[in-house]
Ligand binder design. Sequence first.
Ligand code: ZN
Length: 378
Amino acid sequence: MGQRSGRQENSKKLELAVSETMQAEEKLQNNKEEDEEPMAKDRRLISVFGVADLKNGAIGLYNVGQSCCLNSVLQVFLMNIHFTGLLRRITVPPSAAQKRKNVPYQMLLLLEEMQRGKQKAVSPIALACCLSVYRVKLFVQHDAAQLFLTLWNLIKKQMKMPELVEELSDLYAICIQEHLACQKCSFEVKRKSSMITLPIPVLDFNSQVLKTLEACLQYFFHPEELTDKNMCFCEQCGRKTPFLQSMKLVHLPQTLTIHLKRFCFEESAKIHKLSHYLPFPQDLDFNAILTEDQCQADDKEKAAWQYELFAVVAHSGSTSCGHYCAYVRSLTECKWYCFNDSEVCQVSWDDVKCTYGHSSLHWGETAYLLTYMRKHSQ
Ligand code: ZN
């Protein structure tokens, strides 16, 4: 999922985006013209838009040219009330030029536009232009995991207020302790690090398919022996020795993002998509997944490791020509929505399960980013 694009393809997509926008405007125009009694109008709005509750922000985002990836990632941010709570507290940049270049401010404007109107969808073009200042190109198909991290880092950098930055980190940061131990002596190195997504492999070291999300997580935290060419230099032994590398989970945040590594580089440097079936649960308890040895946390921390699925960013198509959409469970209504650019519809859990993937359906939809929400606040 690089940033590849053909000029021809781009212009076609742009044309599509423009026509989509025009169609939508036409629809709105029609609604305005036929101003009948309010009841009938409301009923028609509901049927046209297919969303029962527009007040809760289940509003689509127009595709402004290959922006399905951005749209999907944005919906996951903006449907998260813990995140939008922070976003509403940012300091408004003083000048117009600074406003145009400020990512959190542009996100806030977009959120307000989504919540203000009775529109079916709004355009993210101002935010997309703002992001292009920071080398997030327009009219390019992005990788959702990369884009999520880029956006998150820009938001963090530009939020400025130290307490907001800290709260944003608390909301998303996973804390891990990396542990390296020499197998010939007692020498060991421990290092704490934090990450914003858990990059989970979907294959094991023998390239065998891992059967469930739980199995992928267990594999991620499984200790690995570093032998032969992977040996490390031991200060105490004074030579390269076999090491045991392990990771311990220290802390999980309110909003936990799991990146399923379904896109992998082959030797030819071509990117290959792994579309196989990989089920993930609605409820995830890390205490049931990890062993005592894989945790470095007290009982209070561990008690908070109960999660419920909040969002799925799914990819369909091939690596060179694909499409993203987002399934998000509204935290206020507890209903699932599918955000497919400007189209938003309420869906069932069975619909979300369609993103588990299928080996023989390379064009099928597969979950790529999973966002779990902690069930109880600490
Ligand atoms: Zn040693």
